[in-house]
Design a protein around this ligand. Structure first.
Ligand code: OTU
Length: 650
């Protein structure tokens, strides 16, 4: 948008830029800057306009964007242009992701390059390499306490190794996803060290207070994220003689985005990794970016403005790079991280579908789809060119983040239902086959979350221990059922590295004093390559899971109806055990798939009448696409096997 005040400002800034920048050929940079400048200026002004140094901060921001553009390699600039033309590229059904720790999966970054064939065998073509930046030796929250944002940790390799990995991935048409920990730094980061040494400039990078007055005021509204390991949201720093805000662990200092210098540093870091060949940046803990007394300090309007501003800036320098919002918050809040525009995504193109994840686990425990149906029905509509990251398991705990209103509609008391789910997944509920561990139990609120590997939660661990073949079969079916939904729901499915071979909990972490109190380590163990070999052994648990997944992934990629253009219609059926939806290709409506998932451990029947308005089961016979089997109709109903998800087509 052209608007006089911001354009006049742009002209002034261009005149003030470092003269070297002016000499370079920056055609695409300038057209993009022109296109986004109104937004950048307006947002930056809204956040920082009352400061006397506003203008010089603006110059510094634009200079950062220009410098990083100048250093952007030709092949990345080219890829920006290709993606600009094919702007829906990431909505295609071809993408299938996996999150993994490069050390625990493959030793280090070099090792990971060698293991790419395994990922490709499964069909994975988007790799989220969990945090690899320089961290303190001891506790580092699994890499989420970064000491140096510009350097790969020596334990994993070097920056050159990362660039080499990015290049190899590109050749194999795979995408690289990396974290940007935007909300906090390690207390060993140089900014924190300088702050601790008394440097006022760097104390302003954080929320630092001389006494308890402000911290106490903040605490009134702020919940605790890690209540047992890191109670409270502030830490007394002895050397500095001051309190510092630490929402997560006490060694993770929250950055203060009221300071424009912090914002500019972070944009610079984002572009630094974009220039290393990263395709998608996972923005960690974005809900926490803005703190305000009297609020929970989550999902504040300014957190959204900051993300919009980061997006606008990234689009000027590296427009082909996408953002994933990691906002594990209430269902109604998550979609806001796509942006508040009524049409187009303006913040993050992709967001973790934490709601679906929680609902899926509810269906596993209750063996019905009552709450799942309501939760899916009430998922807020997405914007265009925005997509979900659908997952069942990730490296974190499972929070039961469904809407209380839906729980009530499903006939539950939300509090006791959550209690039941926690008891069920931690195996305290009589007869439960789940072997999870509690995480973040908070006696003050009665709240708790759940750790444990997907397979252990789905009952595989208990089934193997008891040698019960039927129970093993049920667990494998559950694992495949859950994946079948994330592969067909609409969005990018994100698998978790051990789940393709049914890895169980590993409690070795309990012997490590640094990890002992964080049960999330139970599902972050070293990938077992011997176990993975068993995927070649016919009839083994590993083979049944791996092959089941592999088949579904291959099929997903062939089904244009599975691309994400908001082309999912939910079908409400009488049988409460079933989740049913239709996916259809908007450009070719004949290409459609009926997805029917049965969460019950008995076969369930689906009456066909309700499907007729959608054009299914007219005259032609139907086929189940994964098995290739013809679907038999009896008394105007079909039978869905226990714990199975069918992809049906005419
Ligand atoms: C993220 O997590 C990471 O995924 C965690 O591994 C980190 O510990 C944390 O940030 C701090 O960097 O902020 O918006 O239930 O879901 O910590 C969600 C807790 C987050 C996690 C929460 C999460």
């Amino acid at each position: 948008m052209y608007e006089q005040a911001s354009h006049a400002m742009l002209n002034e800034i261009l005149a003030e830029l470092n003269p070297e920048i002016g000499k370079l050929r920056l055609r695409h940079f300038y057209t993009r800057l022109g296109a986004n400048f109104y937004n950048i200026y307006t947002l930056f002004h809204h956040l920082y306009g009352d400061r006397s140094d506003f203008k010089s901060q603006m110059v510094s921001l634009v200079e950062t964007l220009a410098q990083r553009y100048i250093e952007r390699a030709p092949h990345l600039r080219k890829s920006d242009l290709v993606r600009e033309r094919d702007y829906n590229w990431f909505l295609h059904q071809q993408w299938v992701g996996m999150a993994l720790y490069c050390d625990r999966f493959a030793g280090d970054l070099k090792g990971l390059r060698k293991k790419l064939p395994y990922l490709q065998e499964l069909g994975v073509n988007m790799v989220h390499v969990m945090p690899i930046l320089d961290c303190p030796e001891g506790a580092s929250d699994g890499g989420y306490a970064v000491r140096d944002f510009h350097k790969v940790d020596a334990r994993f390799g070097s920056n050159a190794d990362l660039e080499a990995l990015a290049a190899t991935l590109k050749k194999r048409e795979m995408l690289l996803v990396l974290d940007v920990v935007v909300n906090h730094t390690s207390d060993e980061h140089v900014w924190a060290k300088l702050a601790r040494a008394g440097d006022k400039k760097f104390q302003d990078y954080y929320y630092v207070f001389k006494d308890r007055e402000m911290p106490d005021a903040f605490e009134e509204g702020m919940p605790e994220i890690f209540p047992n390991t890191a109670p409270g949201n502030f830490t007394w720093d002895e050397a500095m003689g001051k309190w510092v805000m630490t929402v997560f662990n006490n060694y993770q200092w929250d950055l203060n985005y009221r300071n424009p210098a912090v914002f500019i540093e972070m944009v610079d870091i984002i572009l630094f990794w974009a220039n290393k060949g990263v395709d998608i940046l996972r923005m960690d803990a974005v809900a926490f970016l803005w703190k305000k007394i009297g609020s929970t300090c989550q999902n504040e309007r300014e957190a959204h403005l900051l993300l919009q501003l980061m997006k606008d800036c990234c689009q000027v320098t590296a427009p082909g790079v996408l953002f994933i919002a990691e906002a594990i918050v209430a269902p109604g809040e998550i979609t806001k991280y796509f942006g508040d525009d009524a049409i187009m995504a303006k913040e993050c193109e992709i967001a973790y579908n934490a709601t679906l994840m929680a609902l899926l686990w509810d269906a596993v425990a209750t063996k019905n789809a009552k709450l799942l149906n309501l939760g899916v029905q009430h998922l807020p509509a997405k914007l265009e060119r925005a997509t979900w990251l659908n997952y069942v398991r990730c490296h974190d705990d499972i929070g039961l983040g469904f809407d209380d209103k839906d729980a009530v509609l499903a006939g539950y008391d939300p509090y006791s239902h959550r209690r039941f789910l926690i008891d069920y997944f931690t195996g305290r509920f009589a007869g439960s086959p789940a072997r999870g561990l509690p995480f973040g139990e908070n006696p003050k609120t009665g709240d708790a979350r759940i750790s444990g590997s997907l397979a252990s939660l789905a009952g595989l661990e208990a089934a193997i221990a008891s040698g019960d073949e039927a129970a093993i079969d049920a667990a494998i079916r559950t694992i495949l059922l859950l994946h079948s939904i994330i592969l067909s729901f609409g969005g990018i499915p994100l698998l978790y590295y051990g789940d393709g071979i049914g890895m169980l909990n590993n409690v070795e972490y309990m012997a490590d004093p640094v990890k002992r109190n964080d049960s999330r380590w139970a599902h972050r163990s070293s990938f077992d390559w011997n176990k993975a070999e068993l995927r070649h052994k016919q009839g083994s648990v590993e083979q049944r899971i791996f092959n089941g997944l592999k088949k579904m992934i291959a099929l997903r990629k062939e089904l244009s109806a599975f691309a994400d253009f908001d082309n999912r219609q939910q079908v409400f059926v009488e049988n409460p055990n079933l989740l049913v939806f239709v996916r259809s290709d908007p450009t070719s409506p004949r290409n459609r798939v009926l997805v029917v998932a049965n969460f019950n451990n008995e076969p369930q029947s689906l009456m066909l009448e309700v499907l007729r308005p959608y054009g299914f089961f007219g005259h032609s016979p139907m086929r189940e696409l994964c098995s290739g089997m013809r679907v038999e109709v009896e008394e105007d109903a079909i039978t869905i096997p226990a714990l199975t998800c069918c992809w049906l087509a005419d």
